[in-house]
Design a protein around this ligand. Sequence first.
Ligand code: TRP
Length: 332
Amino acid sequence: MKPIILTGDRPTGSLHLGHYVGSLKNRVAFQEDYRQFLIIADAQALTDHFERPEMVRDNVVQVALDYLAVGLDPGRNTCFVQSQVPALCELTSYLMNLVTVSRLQRNPTIKEEIKQKGFDESLPVGFFCYPVSQAADILAFNADAVPVGDDQNPMIEQTNEIARKFNSIYGGSYLKEVKAIVGSIGRLPGIDGKTKMSKSLGNAIFLKDSAEDLRRKVNLMFTDPNHIRVSDPGSIAGNVVFMFLDFFDSNVQELHELKQHYQKGGLGDGQLKKRLIEILDSLIAPIRHRRMQYESDIGYVRKVLEDGTREAREIASEKVAEVKRVMKLTYF
Ligand code: TRP
């Protein structure tokens, strides 16, 4: 039996190159050695987007399309919709008894998000408690591992605290502690050079972008403002095109020579951007192509979600039944 991974995304937009670098690429590799569950966390997305239900709903299918397009094989991955697995809600409500308000307030991830979103006095309880719901997602599937970005590590710690507390109170090993697989690759900046590529910052290159969109976005990237003539020496630091080449150009030797040439002078921004466009398009073109094929058969995509969700429901229900037995919630 393969070890289990649980991971997923909030459906608040279609996925972009930042997702590819930070998680999707790894997931494609993980599907060889792990049994992978992919949660499309629509209920979690509602915790801070409850006033935009259509947006969340529409993006469930968009995210599923992106999963299929990057090569996540439905035969080896179980892709499911969170809100359609009510056992996750049930488990969340029982686990909430084991978490204190002050512990949640100290969770660095949620603390930072509350600040960023400027919730102040209007913090929804649902949003505040999403780490507990996320722990339930993980624990319901007996996951062995969760791949995380560095900012999500506190979520894993919180999950394991809950598991340990549950097991020690009820005397058994009912909930399984999970390991974080911390990605080796860093965070992709946006096309504006800001530290994070994000749909809401408007600086993303989407996996579904056309060749034309891609070209336009790369051409918008800042290089070195002092590199005016081709013959001028250019600088690498803060040069967005080089930031991207560092992530995507697999020809390390050539890239190194290119950097030297640029710094010496004589290498134009246009040539540099052309190289980046070619490299990115060779990555995105097959994804875009597969995505279009699946888009023309949305019925199939829905079926993948439906089958995955049915399977997820069975597994999560068993876990909740066990938790209820242990908590003496059995009567008839
Ligand atoms: N928090 C994740 C995101 O923002 C989505 C998610 C929900 C998740 N439940 C999870 C990720 C459990 C890993 C494990 O995209």
